[in-house]
Ligand binder design. Structure first.
Ligand SMILES: Cc1cc2nc3c(=O)[nH]c(=O)nc-3n(C[C@H](O)[C@H](O)[C@H](O)COP(=O)(O)OP(=O)(O)OC[C@H]3O[C@@H](n4cnc5c(N)ncnc54)[C@H](O)[C@@H]3O)c2cc1C
Length: 304
């Protein structure tokens, strides 16, 4: 980005712009170099204007949630990462009791708390997933055989060019860990179809899911959850375990002993360590089982 573009961006975006912000502070992996520009968008109108400008100037941009599914390279990211805050991170009940609108920047922990307090049922399986509504929708996040896409009724996007678009369920294409959207589309609001229950029942269901998570998934060391997608009819974790890779280390990165599809940052990992371990896992699983594992986590940033 040249100086003129930076000045224009500062004028359009107003407050909340930071240059060369270290991405390791914004990702659950706690690795990654700086992003050229980090911007906290707080309202729809400004977000549209900024995306219009970035699109017109061909400046790369993306939306960042909690960074819980991201591996940012050590060289960092060119362009702009946008965080959704303020009015883009609020929860509202629709005129129909069962419809809940949540901003793309809402943290899933806050949505879970809201559902628990209001006794709204349907998203309990998401308890313990550390993302935002936008990240969960785009990743079609799921657990225990359920996916968030099943509960989505409508999504409001700001698409490349800066136009706001409302898409209904019939126009949306969800697949395993993916919502099919055009590059540069920001999820600003999602409407979930839930059902009325009681706070106690919702809390109990969430508690059950959280307990199972605690028993089966590693916690303590930074990670981005499951690294590879499950291949059809199998589990990436089982294949990695079968390849004898539990506990395998490269630098500060280690394949979890508890759940082989987690690669953990043992404290000093670089993004390169994690990527090298992913390459090793991919190679060994292909060699031992013939299966090509596909990454579930998103790898972003400049390559060395
Ligand atoms: C301990 C742990 C457990 C996990 N368990 C699960 C699990 O059970 N199931 C599961 O599916 N995932 C799981 N994950 C992965 C992750 O939490 C989910 O994929 C989550 O939905 C990602 O949300 P996020 O806001 O952190 O997205 P980010 O990691 O910030 O971004 C992920 C992708 O979504 C895009 N994105 C984010 N927000 C928006 C937006 N508003 N508009 C457009 N694009 C956007 C980003 O550009 C990026 O491409 C786990 C992660 C961890 C660390």
């Amino acid at each position: 980005m040249d100086r003129h573009q930076k000045t224009t961006l500062e004028r359009l975006a107003g407050k909340g712009i930071r240059f060369h912000y270290p991405m390791h502070q914004l990702t659950t992996y706690q690795v990654g170099g700086p992003v050229e520009v980090l911007w906290e968008a707080r309202d729809l109108m400004t977000l549209k204007e900024v995306i219009r400008f970035l699109s017109a100037e061909s400046i790369p941009y993306g939306v960042l949630g909690k960074g819980s599914n991201l591996l940012v390279t050590d060289n960092g990211i060119d362009g702009v990462m946008i965080l959704l805050k303020g009015s883009l991170a609020t929860i509202n009940q629709g005129p129909e009791d069962s419809l809940v609108w949540a901003g793309g920047g809402v943290h899933l922990t806050d949505l879970m708390k809201w559902c628990r307090q209001k006794g709204m049922s349907g998203l309990e399986f998401m308890a313990g997933i550390p993302g935002t509504v936008g990240g969960a929708v785009v990743m079609n996040a799921g657990a225990f055989g359920q996916e968030v896409g099943e509960k989505v009724k409508t999504i409001q996007f700001v698409v490349s060019g800066g136009t706001a678009v409302l898409m209904n369920r019939s126009d949306l294409e969800f697949s395993y860990r993916r919502l099919h959207v055009h590059k540069g589309s920001a999820v600003v609001n999602a409407c979930f179809q839930l059902s009325r229950s009681t706070p106690d029942k919702v809390a109990e269901k969430m508690g059950d899911f959280l307990r199972t998570r605690k028993e089966t998934q590693p916690h303590g060391a930074p990670s981005a959850g499951s690294v590879f997608k499950n291949p059809p009819g199998d589990h990436a974790g089982r294949l990695i375990d079968q390849a004898g890779l539990k506990g395998r280390k490269i630098g500060g990165a280690m394949v979890s002993e508890k759940h082989a599809n987690y690669i953990l940052n043992m404290g000093s990992a670089t993004a390169r360590d994690i990527l090298s371990l992913m390459e090793l896992v991919h190679f060994e699983v292909k060699r031992t089982s013939g299966i090509n594992l596909e990454p579930e986590i998103k790898i972003v940033g400049k390559q060395p």
